[in-house]
Design a protein around this ligand. Sequence first.
Ligand SMILES: O=C[C@H](O)[C@H](O)[C@H](O)COP(=O)(O)O
Length: 224
Amino acid sequence: MTEDEQKLAAAKAAVEHIKDGMVVGLGTGSTAAKMVDLVGERVKNGLDIIAVPTSEATARQAEALGIRVVGLDEVSVIDLTIDGTDEVDPEKRLIKGGGGAHLREKIVASLSDRMIVIAENKKMVGKLGAFKLPVEVIPFAAGALLPKMEALGSTPEIRMKDGQPFLTDEGNQIIDCAFGEIDDPEELALTLSTTPGVVEHGLFIDYADLVLIGTDDGVKTFGG
Ligand SMILES: O=C[C@H](O)[C@H](O)[C@H](O)COP(=O)(O)O
């Protein structure tokens, strides 16, 4: 199975959890995009849901597929959010934000009754940190925060796009922090969350309920 097929298999398994009448958080990224396509097919076949997208890109995709998209202020509860990940460890802790969407993703996930994470096999890791941890910062503080990220044990770099700092949907910048291995994700998450200038980091701890991993031997699940 190719990585794309693994992503699709996980996305298919996740979409089966969506029922009529639900408010569904739609994640961002290449895996989530496959899931959104599948949701679009189900909507065309009569599925009645409301969707809360986690990025402008996902909003555009969902709208083009005829999915009813609303903002956070228009819903009182999100029943289920389905999203991809950059890494997931055995305790269902995640690194997200490879596409720079983790701020809105975390807000939507935090307001959701349930989060299903979908990914291809290689995203499953024993220890988080091989993927550079994305830290969203306000542009005013970006340069000043580099030494702070270094002091935390990482090699940090400001994410660039077309020769300019990459800007998120909220107009912030991203510092990608290469840790190699993160020994204590909870402690790091707390430190980053209490650092002035940091808007949000890509560590998702206690967010994922169910993880669906596409593998050559079918979709592996953990959590509930
Ligand atoms: O910012 C992007 C999101 O957190 C994505 O869900 C994550 O990067 C995984 O993306 P992909 O499915 O493309 O690997």
